[in-house]
Design a binder for this molecule. Structure first.
Ligand SMILES: C[S@@+](CC[C@H](N)C(=O)[O-])C[C@H]1O[C@@H](n2cnc3c(N)ncnc32)[C@H](O)[C@@H]1O
Length: 327
């Protein structure tokens, strides 16, 4: 195949990454940037005005916000067939999460299938979503930050070979548990929930706290564990712990990862007191709703537990807020 000339839109980390993975027959003729800074390794850095004066076959959007890059190029009348959207996140995630949305948009908006023709990058390493979460909210209908945090923590656990089972306390429909199961296919996943909605005691407490119908689904009757299990990719690794937590915490096991998502002070605090001693060194606990403006219960439980036990935590800016505790 003859030489293919491309322009890389972006000369930052991603532009450099792609430059390092360029295929033999591809020539980068320019880096396009919105603010001119000179050249990169002798290749000119050009502006949108200059773009029309050079010859090229494709222009690859090589910065985090692919959609925005495409919009800029379309406004500048770059022919659509020449635009290639490279979207990098570096994660390997389950098909029906990023990939489904991505392939839809890729087909609608981009000619991303060109990427393997131009670069030697592992197929799984290009996705539509970068880390610029806000701009990509329309692409990712789900809680990207929460799921991405989980994914990175799982990566750390695997990389450091931290031993132990995984668990979710407060499973509901199993949406987050499903991700945990996917990321830890070889580990036992304990699934704690009443599977019957809130206990009467907690309902009364929620009303007392003023968590009205709008903020809190008091009338939810819960999802059965049979339904939850149906959506688990590695069902055989799931162990259902049905009933009121922490009464159901009768395990003699170690944990590498636990998601704690049961909203109330007492159960969250007692949960931490029971789980933390069973957390492997290097393991993680994600406590959801740490910065939920509607419920301060989880925040108080985490801060009290951490102060009393000299444990540190990191708040994560996902929807509702999460505190990540490690050991
Ligand atoms: C916020 S939802 C969990 C959502 C889930 N973690 C997700 O992100 O997909 C909380 C769940 O915990 C359950 N729950 C709350 N307190 C509980 C307790 N003490 N014991 C067992 N389940 C409880 C509720 O019934 C509900 O199903």
């Amino acid at each position: 195949m003859g030489e293919i000339r491309i322009v890389l839109f972006g000369a930052g980390a991603l532009g450099k990454f792609l430059t390092g993975h360029i295929k033999g027959n591809i020539k980068i003729v320019a880096y396009l940037v919105t603010e001119i800074t000179g050249d990169v390794n002798g290749i000119p850095v050009i502006s949108l005005e200059q773009l029309q004066h050079i010859e090229y076959d494709y222009i690859v959007v090589a910065f985090g916000n692919t959609i925005k890059g495409i919009e800029i190029l379309e406004k500048a009348n770059v022919p659509k067939r020449k635009i290639v959207g490279y979207a990098y996140s570096g994660l390997t995630y389950e098909e029906n999460f990023l990939q489904k949305e991505c392939s839809r948009l890729i087909h609608e908006k981009l000619c991303n299938e060109k990427i393997p023709e131009l670069f030697e990058v592992p197929v799984k390493e290009y996705y539509l979503c970068g880390m610029n979460v806000l701009e990509n909210q329309d692409v990712i209908k789900r809680d990207f930050v929460r799921e991405q945090t989980l994914s990175f923590l799982a990566e750390e656990i695997h990389r450091k070979n931290i031993q132990g089972s995984v668990a979710e306390i407060g499973v509901s429909k199993g949406e987050f548990a499903r991700k945990i199961n996917f990321l830890f296919p070889d580990r036992n996943l304990y699934l704690f929930d009443t599977y019957e909605g809130l206990s009467e005691k907690d309902k009364a407490k929620a009303i007392e706290l003023g968590w009205g119908e709008k903020q809190y689904a008091l009338d939810e009757t819960g999802v059965t564990f049979e339904e939850v299990l149906q959506n688990m990719p590695y069902r055989e690794k799931c162990i259902v712990k049905k009933g009121y937590f922490p009464d159901t915490f009768d395990l003699e096991d170690m944990f590498s990862f636990v998601s704690l998502d049961i909203d109330f002070y007492d159960t969250t605090k007692r949960g931490l007191e029971m789980i933390y001693p069973c957390l492997s060194k290097g393991g993680y606990i994600m406590v959801h709703d740490f910065n939920n403006l509607s419920y301060v219960e989880c925040k108080n439980a985490v801060t009290d537990f951490c102060e009393e036990n000299n444990v540190a935590y990191v708040p994560i800016p996902d929807v509702g807020g999460t505190a990540v505790i490690t050991k």
